[in-house]
Design a protein around this ligand. Sequence first.
Ligand code: SF4
Ligand code: SF4
Length: 352
Amino acid sequence: MLMELTHRCPLKCPYCSNPLALDRARDELDTATWKRVISEAAAIGTLQGHFSGGEPMVRDDLAELVGHARAEGLYTNLITSAVLLTASRMTELAQAGLDHVQISFQGADAEVADPIAGLRNAHAKKIAAAKLVREAGLALTVNAVVHRRNLHQLPAMIELAVEAGAQRIEVAHVQYYGWALKNRAALIPTRAQLDEATIIVEAARTRLNGILTIDYVVPDYYASRPKACMGGWARRFFNITPSGKMLPCHAAETLPGLRFERVTDRSVGEIWADSPAFEVYRGTAWMAPPCQGCPRAEIDWGGCRCQALALTGDAAATDPACGLSPNHALMAALAVAESTAAIDDFAYRMIS
Ligand code: SF4
Ligand code: SF4
């Protein structure tokens, strides 16, 4: 379960996966409702609770919610920009039983990272926060979101993770939903940049074997087969938005015509079991050719519905990241055109 406690965030990353229409503070679920949601999720067998946002640390009740999730038997993970992580809050979270922290970095130094984050001194605060996480004895993952503007720093970002004492780094090429889709032409790397990054990751994996685990997520725009988005629609993942909508994927609200139920109207277990928005792309019966009958149908589940909609206008189409999709050439052409375009300006993420 991914809990987007809030959409508030001091940063303005132009690739943020939050929707363009951000929830306001006054619409956020209160502490008691989040606790009920956590208990209901545990009751249907949820194993992990990921506290995210926006920036989850803007919520004063974060440690209380982490403690409740731990008491309900969930593995707890904090996904944070870390710019608000002080020593006292680290102690509070560790005492609440937090298991793991993921800190996002926008680059390897302040010169590159801070203009991407849209916040001065953000990078220095993240470095200090990573130290606090390790001193508290918690597991640490560095999230390195990479794109055209920071790929030249990939080797230094991997070194940063080693120096920070992280056990894991996730080198994730931007996925083009939400704000990232809006900023695609300023972010998407060229094919040559992608290939170079892949070589750097492979070499680092060998060199750092036993020291740092490196997860690597490539951009769909250069793929020949799609990823199994969310492990398949409504198979093992759900997301709760700040205002309490329950979604099968964090970008699902981009799909028109689907009504996402609220945890204030029905329980987590009821929505998971039979909500129409969860049923619509569950399994394989909804698929049309070439997915229907394809031997990979239960491996990649037809790819991403949000990407299919964004690029073909049909959410039930085969993800154009697949080479078997009739729209695959269109996606590849977009990548070439936009990665070589001289577009530098970002539309920074903000609540309008
Ligand atoms: S991606 Fe950036 S702007 Fe979006 S929630 Fe994370 S830190 Fe905030
Ligand atoms: S046709 Fe559909 S199921 Fe087959 S590989 Fe492509 S996306 Fe996957």
